[in-house]
Design a protein around this ligand. Structure first.
Ligand code: HEM
Length: 100
């Protein structure tokens, strides 16, 4: 039988608050750039995408996100969820209030 919860809610532990603010932090380009290795950069340059150039990565962000989030790129060395999420936030930062 359903009984109404009467206990008072506990406050969130401090570490949870830190975690939440980390989730909303927008990464800098320098951090995103560090995700791309020398091999990645060299390889993709021949396809017209310079992974160490902010403009080039912005222009190709949709295709890049598609590849890394599906684990197709970089080949045999998939990004972890932190990297994928960081890339997404960096890419969508101007509309972040509406997408998260
Ligand atoms: C994080 C690193 C990388 C990213 C973000 C990335 C991104 C991409 C993207 C967006 C495409 C599709 C281009 C299009 O739509 O025309 C692509 C294709 C391709 N990439 Fe990468 N790439 C990365 C690393 C690499 C590396 C290290 C290699 C090879 C050493 C490589 C080899 C290729 C090849 C051969 C293709 C074309 C063939 C295909 O479509 O599967 N990539 N990559």
């Amino acid at each position: 039988m359903y009984t109404k919860e009467t206990t008072t809610k506990k406050k969130a532990p401090i570490r949870k608050i830190y975690k939440r603010s980390e989730a909303f932090r927008i990464p800098e380009w320098e951090e995103i750039k560090s995700f791309f290795t020398e091999d990645d950069q060299a390889c993709m340059s021949s396809f017209g995408i310079d992974l160490w150039d902010e403009e080039s990565v912005r222009e190709n962000a949709a295709a890049i996100f598609d590849e890394v989030s599906k684990g197709r790129m970089p080949p045999a060395n998939p990004w972890n969820p932190y990297m994928i999420n960081s890339f997404f936030k960096w890419w969508k930062q101007s509309t972040i209030g509406t997408v998260i």
